[in-house]
Design a protein around this ligand. Structure first.
Ligand SMILES: Nc1ncnc2c1ncn2[C@@H]1O[C@H](COP(=O)(O)OP(=O)(O)OP(=O)(O)O)[C@@H](O)[C@H]1O
Ligand SMILES: [Mg+2]
Length: 453
């Protein structure tokens, strides 16, 4: 279950143990070497002291005196003669490990020195101190230091280091238990929360974390839960609106169909009802087409295939297409452009954008007013403006007109025939071109839609 904490603990403990072992080995070696260096130094100092005394007062008495001084304790001394023969020794056993004369003489340096420095596999370390009284009396004062105290120290050190190592492992384990609780408990809570989310339960409660990554993750999960809940709500609302939008024309159509089927109708009356049914079917067809467009845009499956084309021809074509509808409603349509220039865009999608804006301008304009359709260039950007002198948009609703299925005063808009999808499609298309759209509007004065690509 606590996999992360186990991994963390394993990495942590292994790295700590490696570090600790290295540190302990370094310390251990250092202490032992310092101690041995001390022993060498002491042995050399004592040996050279004895040798100096021997040279100054060479006599049987001095020899005896030196040997007596080293008779007790961990040290011993042997004084050899010219041929390497033992003149005096503090312990007979030492004579068995006496270094040979050749070993002593072979050395290039004829000073005081340690002749047997190894302490690990030998019972003594040995130092040699040459002396010369006269032609017949010369040789070595050989000092012996038992390695037993050093070995005792090493054993003691091993014991204490082992104890410290064990204690550290125990402490590490305690730290691990505490850490794993602190670290993994919130993680497990978050895992449970995401599982709840995937089951569609959005009321996740997560503890408020600190400023670290875990706290941020907890905030992200709570935000995700809120977003999912909002999206679910929006989807339900959208579905409800769609069903409503589709059922209204259907109800009309069924009603008029039933009327049209009556036998006592004149040909003229029947044609009138059939006309209404045809209009409603058209409206439904448009609505379904718009919905499919939007669904495609949401899934990003529609393609924008940009190309270079002339703005003048583009504007004139559109003007020719829509002018008759404007004339029919007695609304004046002015096309304004100062210069012809090339634009890089998807001509079909751009036409869809402009037609939607002009359709709105016409729908929400009163008779004998003017709609201006302008294309201009502003610092490498193409600006398309559609300005009307129509009913205007309430300020507090300006931000909402781009939402799907949003219409101001739904009942009145129905008489205009809109479903509230046009501007949602326009916005998606403008953004797919990497452009922006903004609106300025004043109630009963008119509205201005500005598209910048
Ligand atoms: N030029 C305008 N003047 C006043 N109100 C507008 C104008 N353009 C849009 N609106 C308001 O914004 C709403 C949303 O516009 P949109 O084009 O998305 O939907 P529609 O025109 O009602 O329907 P559709 O375009 O799908 O046929 C409209 O219902 C209308 O209330
Ligand atoms: Mg519209």
């Amino acid at each position: 279950m606590n996999k992360i904490s186990k991994k963390l603990a394993a990495y942590f403990i292994i790295s700590f143990l490696v570090l600790e072992t290295m540190l302990m080995m370094y310390l251990h070696q250092n202490i032992v070497h310092t101690r041995i260096d001390e022993e060498y130094f002491r042995l050399l100092a004592t040996g050279s002291n004895h040798r100096n005394v021997l040279i100054d007062h060479y006599s049987d008495e001095t020899l005896t005196h030196i040997v007596l001084m080293e008779a007790e304790g961990d040290r011993g001394v042997i004084i050899t003669g010219k041929e390497g023969d033992v003149i005096r020794s503090s312990d007979e056993k030492l004579e068995d490990i006496l270094p040979s004369l050749s070993t002593l003489q072979n050395s290039l340096v004829q000073n005081d020195r340690i002749v047997k420095p190894e302490w690990e596999d030998s019972p003594y370390i040995i130092s040699a101190h040459p002396y010369k009284i006269d032609k017949n009396n010369s040789g070595y004062v050989l000092m012996f230091q038992s390695t037993e105290p050093i070995e005792r120290l090493v054993r003691k050190l091993n014991f204490h280091f082992g104890l410290a190592g064990g204690a550290i492992i125990v402490i590490l384990f305690v730290i691990y238990s505490i850490l794993s609780k602190f670290l993994t408990r919130p993680l497990i809570k978050m895992k449970e929360a995401t599982e709840k989310l995937s089951e569609g339960k959005f009321d996740v409660s997560l503890p408020v974390g600190g400023n670290d990554e875990l706290g941020e993750l907890s905030i992200a999960i709570r935000k995700l839960a809120n977003d999912l809940e909002r999206m679910k709500k929006e989807r339900n609302e959208f579905l409800a609106s769609i069903s409503h939008e589709l059922s209204t024309p259907l109800t009309y159509m069924i009603g008029y169909l039933k009327v049209a089927m009556r036998h006592d109708l004149s040909e003229e009356e029947r044609n009138h009802y059939l006309m209404i049914i045809a209009e409603e079917s058209d409206r439904m067809k448009d609505l379904v087409k718009n919905l499919m467009d939007l669904a495609q845009m949401d899934e990003m499956t529609f393609v924008v295939s940009k190309m270079n084309f002339s703005t003048r021809k583009f504007a004139e074509d559109i003007y020719r297409l829509v002018e008759p509808s404007f004339a029919l409603k007695n609304v004046n349509l002015d096309l304004i452009y100062k210069e012809d220039f090339q634009i890089h865009a998807d001509p079909l999608r751009l036409e869809q954008i402009v037609l939607n804006l002009l359709d709105n301008a016409l729908k929400y304009s009163n008779v004998n007013t003017t709609v201006e359709f302008e294309i201009s260039k502003e610092q490498n950007r193409t600006v398309i403006t559609v300005t009307d002198e129509g009913i205007g948009i309430p300020e507090e609703q300006i931000d909402m007109i781009f939402e799907k299925l949003f219409r101001i005063e739904k009942s009145r808009s129905r008489s205009f025939g809109g479903s509230g999808l046009g501007l949602a499609i326009v916005k998606e298309l403008v953004e797919a071109h990497g452009g922006t759209i903004e609106v300025k509007s004043e109630m009963r004065k008119g509205s201005k839609f500005i598209v910048k690509l």
